[in-house]
Every structure is written in structure tokens, then in C-alpha cells.
Design a protein around this ligand. Structure first.
Ligand code: SF4
Length: 694
């Protein structure tokens, strides 16, 4: 690491407002018929997966993307010939009345870039492999070698910059965690710091030529790495560069199905909530047309709040520093913005499980049946807790039920007796302070719902004594995402602490818990309270696709930032869907692995095998291997870095040819595709990671 790179603890400030929404204000960058950044809406991009030499197929896929509403279409350009063919694709599309801006996606080839820039509205270059390529070695670079390679980059890259400037074509400097240059890795490691520096090296060269039509991306399949890299980029680039440039957001190799959507929503949404991002792409291992509605579902909420001229946007950090406008809240953040660190909390027993400290975050769901119908309630609890299934099966680990009044206590007592060993997993919620003591004697945890400020009677807190269950203080805050009186909860919790009541958790119930929970954690930090935090999400009125996205953004962002000891959902979804959603969120945040993690790329014109079919075949054989990470890449472009993150890799290396990886080491090169899956399974066996399916 060099001295100007912030070490853990980080000397750079994070300039985003983290307790309310304010979009970062950037320069406006031309993009064909549209523009990006500034006051423009957040645009949705997708990418073709046809061969760019196949004009008919590519035009047809572009047309389908256009009809789906896609606002920017990217095409892969592996060679100069592909670049030349862009002219035919573009001309046909324009003849068909499709004016959607086109982006040329370049890896390695400066010659392809120099040709492609003539036919597109934007050119994406990968600073990890432009001009110098990468041997994926870990050799150390001397200062002289580092400078010499940078000079080579300058010589090769500058002509493209000059040509793009002359043609009025904008450029995305698109860093991928999976394909950093050897030069960068040798100095910064495969890290967010390296990703940021890789982009800045190229941006400096652009500014040296007076070229400012830039945007950045910092993609990774690891949601946390991706979030940290974008945040660090904003902090460093806005401080150093001449302008605040727009951002293109995306989680790469997100996979397919619900998992792919949740992972993408979490990474992209976490940054949008911080006010960052001007265009997005949801990368799914599916038909690219499927990416478009997911993209719009993610950005809709933010575009609805589109900046109106005259609003106070989020200022570039440079101006913040120059004008002394630094927001006081940033002097103490409730999380580390540039690296993962789980919030320190005391480990306590709540609802029969260890909660807080370094215990795995737990999953809780809410029973819908009222206490007045104990037989049906018992049935529902059993379905949710699923106690007879093997350990590996995901289930709700705690279930909350409602106790409205003193009359419910007798019914609940009978119910809890009949549930025998499950008593500890029952959380009883009530807003009636007069029954809290009795409930604490009955169940694993009592959730006291606080609706209006400090409406609890005088002396109530002081009268409470430790009994069987833990106590959760929960502020009901359903209708607003901001201005939660976190101080109220913190004051009550402080009084409990003074009173010697140790087994306490805090929470806020909201459909938008992100900002209020951040505020709560900040207030807890200031008050020196280390009680566990329950991340609660209650939203029952939204249709499934939007709910997956919204829940992933609102709760997943908190877990990615190390906040949360229990994830508690009340969504109105079918029980199995709700439980799967909770575990998918925890898995995407990489804090609780409950199944195999697939890092599969979306495919593009470089893909060497049938990605969707092969991914399905691999999933069918290894999906039971809990916690194992398997990379499935259509080609090697993003392979090595992502392989460092995966346990095993299946990578296209030529037509009908596959290379297999164990970690980042290629152990089988160019083997026939027909035998590659069996060989992958053998490798998993040989490495002691195989278990037979149930
Ligand atoms: S890793 Fe997949 S999406 Fe990326 S360039 Fe290769 S084939 Fe295309």
C-alpha cells in the first residue's frame, strides 16, 4: 500500500448523506440522444449477449431491449472486426428508428477501441486490461517498473482519449474487481483501494488531455466490495479530480433468479440510498431483456424524487471542503463506509439463541394468526419453525406473535406450554406495558412496541426485572423513513442499563428502516450502548418483485454495513418465500451462508458456452453444498479476480473448451466441455468439499 491510500480506519471522509436521501450532483455527460448525471434521471442499461459479428441477431436483441424500455445498450467488442461491424448494427438500428445510445465494451484491445469509438455514443474501457493486459501474476513491481508501465498506458490510451474528445463520445472507466492489472494488484492488492486507483490513473490521463466526458464504475460480484469501492471512489475522485463525474452502478456476476435480483438490488440500492449513481445495469444470467424491468424497479423510487433545479444537491466533496460545508453527522458514522466491520454488540441469549457479538445473524418472521385462535397459531408457528426438518433446512429461527392485552396472556401460556422446546423461539409483541413483566416470565423475548415518543408510564422501566426472556424495545415508525426519535429508544435503553437490565435489544419497525436504523445505531454509539439491533422490515402491500428489491435494499444495506443481529421480516409473502428472502439477503451480504453461492456472469458476445443451460446443469448437481462458492464465467476476462473470491471456477477458455479453477489457480486447462462438469465435481470431492445430497 502507498501512503496516499487510506488504511483501515480511513483518513478520507465519506461525503454522502447517510441519514436521508440527497443525490450526489455530478457533471452532465453526453450519451447520444440522452445525457447522464446532473439533473438527468438514473438510466437503465443492459448488454447484448449475441456475437457482435452477427448483425442480424444483435440488431434483433437490441430491438427487444429497446421495446422493453432499455435506455442504454452495451455491446461487447473483442476485436477490430467486431468494432467495424458496430457500424452496420448502428445503421440498421437507426434505420429502424431505434435511437437508443450504444456503448462499446472493450477489454484488452486498444485497436478495437480506436475503431469502435467511431460508431458508438460511449466507450467503456477496463483499466485492468487496457493496453497492458494482465498475466495475473503476483510479481512485485519496482517503482521504476510501475512508472514505465503507466507510461506505456499513457502512450496507448491517449490517442483514444483524443479521438473520443474530438468525436464527442463519452467514456466509462469501468473497473472490475475480477480483472485488476498486475501493476495495481502488486501495489494495492485485489482491493477497493486498488479498484479506485486503477480508475484514477486513467481519469488523470483523460483530464491531462482536457477530456471530461467521463463516468466510472467499480463492479464486483461481492456486494460489500462493490459498495466500498464506489464509496471510496467518490471520496477520493471528488477530492482530487476536476469534476464530480457520474457513476454507472452494477454488481457483476450476480447470477439468476431471486438471488441475482436480490444481490443486484442490494449493491445498487445501497449506493442509490447514499445518493450515488446515475445509471445502472442489473447483470443476470438470463435473457438480457429480463434485466430491464428489474432495473426500473430499482431506480423508480429515486427517479420519482428527481432533483429539481434549486434543490440543494449533495455537493462534491471538494466544494464541501473548500466551503466548510461539512455536515456534522459525518464526524461520526454508524458504520465503516470503506471496509466491512461488524458493529460490536454484546452477546446475549434472546429467544433461545445466542444473539449479538459474533453470533450469526438470526432470522425471525411474524405469525399472522392472532393469539385468540391458539390452535391455528400453534399450527402456523410449527410451519415457520419447522422443527422436525434436518439442521441444513432453512427456517424461521424465531417467530413473533401478538399479545394485545391481559386476556391474551392465559391463551399464550397454554400455547407456549404445548410448544414445549420451542418456547424460547417465541417473541411476543405488545404495546401494553402492564403485561410486559408477565410476558417476560413466559417466552424467549418480549417486544415492547413504543408508538408515541416516551409514552411509557413513569417508573415503568425502573420496575422491570430480569426474568426468563429478553426485552426488545421497538419503535413503530411505519410511515416515514426519516426523523425517527432514536433518542427516545436510547434514553429508555440507558435507563434499563442503569437499572441492571442486561438482556435488551433495540429495533425500529418501518417499511424503510435504513436511515432510521442508522440514526439509532449512531445514537447508541454516542450513548455507549452495545445492545444487539434487530433489523425489522414491515411491508405487506407491495407486489412480490418490488418487495424483493425494496426489502433487499432497506435491510441488506444495513447488514452489508455490519449493522444487524436479527433480520425480522413481515411481508405478507408465503412463508417459504419470506424465509428464503431473509436467507438470500444474509447470504448476499456474505454474513450467513446457507447454500451454495454461484458467481455466474451474465454472458456476452465473448461467452464460450451456453451459459444459462450450463449454469442450470451445475446448479442441479452442487446446489446442496452449503457455503461453497462456485464461479461460472463465460470467458476469462473477469475470471482471475473473481476466482480469488470463489472456491471453484468453471471458465470458458475457447469454443467448447473449459478451464477449471480451485481458488484462483487454474488446475485444468482447455478441457472438452462435455466432461467438464464431472471433472468439476471430482475436484470438489478431491478437495474434501463434497457431501452427498440428502
Ligand atoms: S465474464 Fe462473461 S460477461 Fe464478462 S466478458 Fe466474459 S463472457 Fe462476457
Amino acid at each position: 500500500m502507498t501512503e496516499d491510500i487510506p488504511a483501515r480506519g480511513h483518513s478520507v471522509d465519506y461525503p454522502a448523506p447517510v441519514y436521508c436521501y440527497r443525490r450526489r450532483f455530478t457533471t452532465e455527460v453526453p450519451f447520444g440522444q440522452i445525457a447522464l448525471g446532473g439533473y438527468q434521471p438514473i438510466r437503465v442499461e443492459s448488454m447484448t449477449n449475441t456475437h457482435t459479428m452477427d448483425t442480424v441477431a444483435t440488431v434483433e436483441q437490441c430491438r427487444r431491449l429497446y421495446e422493453a424500455g432499455c435506455e442504454i445498450i452495451r455491446l461487447t467488442v473483442p476485436t477490430e472486426k467486431d468494432a467495424d461491424n458496430l457500424r452496420h448494427i448502428r445503421d440498421q438500428l437507426r434505420r429502424d428508428g431505434i435511437e437508443t445510445p450504444l456503448v462499446a465494451d472493450i477489454h484488452f484491445s486498444a485497436r478495437a477501441a480506436m475503431k469502435a469509438v467511431e460508431f458508438v455514443d460511449n466507450i467503456r474501457i477496463n483499466p485492468g486490461n487496457y493496453a497492458t493486459g494482465s498475466k495475473f501474476t503476483t510479481e512485485a513491481y519496482t517503482e521504476a517498473q510501475y512508472c514505465a508501465e503507466l507510461e506505456k498506458v499513457r502512450l496507448e490510451f491517449t490517442p483514444l482519449v483524443i479521438k473520443a474528445r474530438e468525436l464527442g463520445v463519452s467514456m466509462r472507466i469501468g473497473t472490475n474487481h475480477g480483472s485488476l492489472s498486475d501493476r495495481i494488484v502488486s501495489r494495492y492488492g485485489n482491493s477497493p483501494e486498488g479498484m479506485v486507483e486503477a480508475a484514477l490513473e486513467f481519469a488523470r490521463l483523460c483530464e491531462d488531455e482536457g477530456y471530461y466526458d467521463l463516468l466510472f464504475s467499480m463492479k464486483s460480484s461481492n456486494v460489500r466490495v462493490m459498495i466500498h469501492a464506489y464509496r471510496l471512489l467518490v471520496a477520493k475522485a471528488d477530492a482530487e479530480l476536476r469534476h464530480a463525474y457520474p457513476l454507472h452502478l452494477g454488481v457483476t456476476e450476480a447470477g439468476d433468479g431471486d438471488e441475482g435480483r436480490i444481490k443486484s438490488a442490494m449493491g445498487i440500492g445501497a449506493l442509490l440510498e447514499d445518493g450515488l449513481g446515475d445509471t445502472i445495469r442489473v447483470s443476470l444470467t438470463e435473457d438480457p431483456v429480463n434485466e430491464v424491468p428489474v432495473g426500473f424497479a430499482i431506480v423508480r423510487k429515486y427517479n420519482d424524487r428527481l432533483l429539481v433545479r434549486g434543490d440543494a444537491p449533495h455537493l462534491p466533496v471538494k466544494q464541501v471542503i473548500e466551503h466548510g460545508l461539512k455536515e456534522p453527522a459525518h464526524t461520526m458514522l454508524p458504520f465503516e463506509p470503506f471496509s466491512y466491520s461488524r458493529r460490536a454488540s454484546v452477546r446475549i441469549v434472546g429467544a433461545g439463541l445466542q444473539v449479538g457479538g459474533d453470533a450469526l445473524p438470526r432470522v425471525e418472521t411474524a405469525a399472522h394468526t392472532p393469539a385468540t385462535d391458539p390452535d391455528s397459531l400453534r399450527e402456523e408457528i410449527i410451519i415457520r419453525l419447522d422443527p422436525d426438518k434436518p439442521e441444513e433446512v432453512i427456517r424461521s429461527e424465531m417467530v413473533s406473535v401478538c399479545a394485545g392485552s391481559a386476556e391474551d396472556i392465559a391463551l399464550l401460556a397454554g400455547l407456549l406450554d404445548s410448544l414445549a422446546g420451542l418456547r424460547e423461539k417465541i417473541v411476543v409483541s405488545t404495546a401494553d406495558t402492564s403485561i410486559v413483566s408477565d410476558l417476560l416470565a413466559l417466552c424467549g423475548r418480549v417486544r415492547l412496541d413504543i408508538v408515541e415518543g416516551e409514552s411509557l408510564g413513569t417508573g415503568f422501566i425502573e420496575s422491570l426485572e430480569e426474568r426468563y426472556g429478553a426485552l426488545e424495545l421497538c419503535f413503530i415508525h411505519e410511515n416515514s423513513s426519516e426523523n425517527v426519535p432514536a433518542e427516545v429508544l436510547v434514553r429508555l435503553a440507558s435507563r434499563l442499563k442503569t437499572n441492571g437490565f442486561d438482556r435488551v435489544m433495540l429495533s425500529i419497525i418501518s417499511a424503510q428502516p435504513l436511515y432510521p436504523v442508522r440514526r439509532l445505531v449512531l445514537e447508541m454509539k454516542k450513548a455507549g450502548l452495545d445492545y444487539p439491533v434487530v433489523v425489522r422490515y414491515r411491508q405487506r402491500r407491495v407486489e412480490r418483485a418490488s418487495l424483493l428489491i425494496d426489502c433487499a435494499v432497506q435491510t441488506g444495506t444495513l447488514f452489508c454495513d455490519g449493522i444487524g443481529d436479527i433480520l425480522a421480516l413481515e411481508t405478507g409473502m408465503p412463508v417459504s418465500d419470506e424465509i428464503a428472502l431473509a436467507y438470500n439477503i444474509l447470504q448476499a451480504a456474505r454474513i450467513r451462508m446457507s447454500k451454495t453461492e454461484f458467481i455466474s456472469c451474465p454472458g456476452c458476445g465473448r461467452t464460450y458456452f451456453e451459459l444459462e443451460k450450463t449454469t442450470a446443469a451445475i446448479k442441479a448437481r452442487v446446489s446442496h453444498l452449503k457455503g461453497l462458492k462456485i464461479g461460472i464465467m463465460g470467458c476469462i476476462v473477469n475470471g482471475p479476480g473473481e476466482m480469488a473470491d470463489a472456491d471453484f471456477g468453471y471458465v470458458g477458455s475457447g469454443k467448447g473448451r473449459i478451464s477449471l479453477y480451485v481458488g484462483k489457480e487454474c488446475v485444468e486447462e482447455n478441457m472438452p466441455e462435455e466432461s467438464a462438469l464431472e471433472r468439476l465435481i471430482n475436484l470438489i470431492r478431491q478437495n474434501g468439499k463434497w457431501v452427498d445430497p440428502l
